[in-house]
Design a protein. Sequence first.
Length: 315
Amino acid sequence: MRSLNQRRQANLHKVLLSARELIRILDGLDSLAIEVMPYKGLALAETLYGDIVARQSGDIDLLIHARDLARIKAVVADLGYTTNWKLSRREEEAYLISGYECAYDGAAGKNLLEVQWALQPRFYAVDFDLNEMFRRAASVTVAGREMKTPSPEDLALVLSVHAAKHMWTRLIWICDIARLVELPGVDWNWIASQARTLGISRILRVTILLAHRLLSASLPVTIESEILNDGEAQAWSQSIGKKMIDGDPIDFESWRYFRSMMKLRERCADQARFLWRLALTPGPGEWESIRLPEPLFPLYRLVRVSRLAARLLRI
């Protein structure tokens, strides 16, 4: 019991620190009319649980418009945040297309702030429209400060894709979906339609089934039949649920992982896009492995292919 109380006090301390920093950052960005959306952490805790202390606090995640990154970097630097992101002009231009986030260290530790202009790297081939997500944003009040956050409908998709990217390895992500399913007034027909548009219906159904199997969460009534009739989603949820219980480790750099990410997509076109982007989208790993003159920058695609081939040959 003492250990539980200590953990609760530690979380309370972290939540209060995060709330102070979140408000300080938002105030700084608001002063320049820079639009951002907190979408995990405290905003998520308030949206789903009605209490910022009811969920363990992590870092501060902000969705941003890519066009605002330079101004945001200046604001958070003035607030004392630093980053190890050291990219050339050409690399930064490429990373704004292929990557999705920039992490910052603060006085209280590393990676306290993450600003994200996409939900995940481009090679995952799930192309959310962030402009539309900002347009659909809901309001939430955190520690007395009103702020924008994704609507519950967008959260259902975002949280499902995030959990799938990490192969549903943390129970808290399933708990979040279980809470979201119980929220009144959520338009699950729209969620299912948008999932079909994005090609992530299977990912959404697996996530909901895991919440149902592991936490006895209700199935959304309006899409219950399509969830229960998806044999592939049923099989995936059973396999993943067993791995969660058994604690099987996952190598997120392995071909087995990437094959799973591909097979989780229900459309052949999305599977092909995933493989194509995975093979031909260079990133910081390629840029650090060899320094090419700027006129030869497009050749980093070949560097990417050669590094992947070398990894495959080691298996």
